[in-house]
Write a protein that binds this ligand. Structure first.
Ligand code: V47
Length: 368
């Protein structure tokens, strides 16, 4: 395939990619600065094609948010509430059961379960939650609790971080989502999420999760106050940890939505920036297998295009997404498996229904 980016720096990056040379901080900056989106996309599409050919993955999953009460109160979040505030909720085990039973006729293979840092919940609540979920959906993979929640659990469990993770694993935790990373930067933390764990702790918790044999994802929340230098450092920090643990499965760039947040003046991300973040992730994170185009945040239409800009996964059916919709997302709240397949096929790719670990699942629900 002939690749001819017009941008000089991009041409140099192309040379490095062809020679198998790892891209560095300056390359990341050059990619964030280029206006040659098509040239950048073709490079990322080329790398994506070498890894995954024409395959584009999706999963039949369900999101479940057990509480939105959160003591961190990050400025970018429209989901969190204080205890007792209007629209604050914490699900009881019966409510959790009925949320899952409502969809018991659907072939859901993964439950994505996250919530806020709710000071009134004890460690037993989380263990009961895992038990309850397992009793209703014994065959589904439980992907739950961000590194921020796991750090909190290690504080309330009275156990070390490693023992807390071990206990969660014994209770059914099989995978950890990539949230809570935001931007791995002290400056952005001080401005936007001063009460949350810092990036060193986020990386340490991820290291402990990977050492326990649990795979996780990683994210980056972009499109607010972060600089392109901070984005580049974020990607390099993730890449370094991945070199050492190999425990990350997918990277998901998350486009910031400002409605109902304490940053209402921030304009929505552009399609240009959304596609760039996917492409740059694909090129910088050379040791990550998967880059997700999260249709909830960038919309179904752009997610389709992102498949040609380095993404190989559209995430899933999701069913009821809350975090981004409370911040004004206009995308659907969930998609059917048919709709996911149509998005992939009409973008020129081959849909692969996958499990949490990227093994193909046959349409009859059996692993192939
Ligand atoms: O950590 C919060 C972000 C994350 C807003 O691992 C916002 O497979 C945009 O991590 N606008 C949660 N984003 C979502 C998440 C995720 C999603 C899908 C798949 C996976 C995975 C992980 O959402 C939070 C935060 O970074 N977020 N508020 C907002 N207003």
């Amino acid at each position: 395939m002939e690749i001819t980016p017009t941008d000089k720096k991009l041409d140099c990056i192309r040379g490095k990619i062809m020679d198998g040379i790892r891209l560095d901080f300056d390359d990341a900056l050059a990619m964030y600065q280029t206006h040659d989106l098509i040239g950048l996309g073709r490079l990322a599409g080329y790398v994506r094609g070498k890894r995954h050919g024409k395959k584009a993955f999706y999963i039949y999953n369900q999101h479940l948010n057990y509480t939105n009460v959160c003591s961190n109160r990050c400025l970018f979040c429209a989901f969190a509430r204080d205890e007792g505030q209007d629209k604050a909720f914490t699900l009881s085990m019966d409510q959790i059961k009925s949320r899952l039973e409502e969809r018991s006729d659907e072939p859901i293979s993964e439950l994505h379960i996250v919530g806020g840092i709710n000071p009134s919940l004890d460690f037993d609540y989380y263990l009961n939650l895992l038990d309850t979920v397992r009793s209703i959906r014994p065959d589904a993979v439980i992907k739950a609790f961000t590194a921020v929640e796991i750090d909190h659990l290690s504080r309330i469990s009275g156990m070390s971080l490693d023992d807390t993770i071990k206990k969660l694993k014994e209770s059914g935790l099989s995978m950890v989502p990539g949230g809570g990373a935001e931007v791995l930067s002290d400056r952005v933390k001080e401005e936007l999420f001063p009460k949350k764990i810092d990036y060193r702790r986020w990386l340490d918790v991820m290291t402990a999760i990977h050492s326990a044999g649990i795979v996780s994802n990683a994210t980056m929340l972009y499109g607010h106050i972060e600089t392109i230098e901070e984005r580049a450092v974020h990607l390099i920090r993730l890449r370094e940890l991945q070199d050492s643990t190999k425990g990350f499965s997918a990277f998901i760039p998350l486009a910031f939505h400002s409605e109902n947040t304490r940053l209402p003046e921030i304009m929505p991300t552009t399609g240009f920036d959304d596609l760039k973040n996917v492409a740059i992730a694909r090129l910088m994170l050379d040791n990550f297998d998967h880059i997700k185009a999260y249709w909830v945040m960038i919309g179904e239409k752009l997610a389709q295009v992102a498949l040609s800009f380095g993404a190989d996964d559209l995430d899933g059916t999701i069913i009821e997404e809350k975090i981004t919709h409370m911040a004004g997302a206009k995308s659907a709240k969930g998609l059917s498996d048919k709709e996911m397949e149509r998005l992939i096929v009409t973008a020129g790719f081959t849909p692969v229904l996958r499990d949490s670990f990227y093994l193909p699942i046959k349409k009859d629900g059996k692993k192939s």
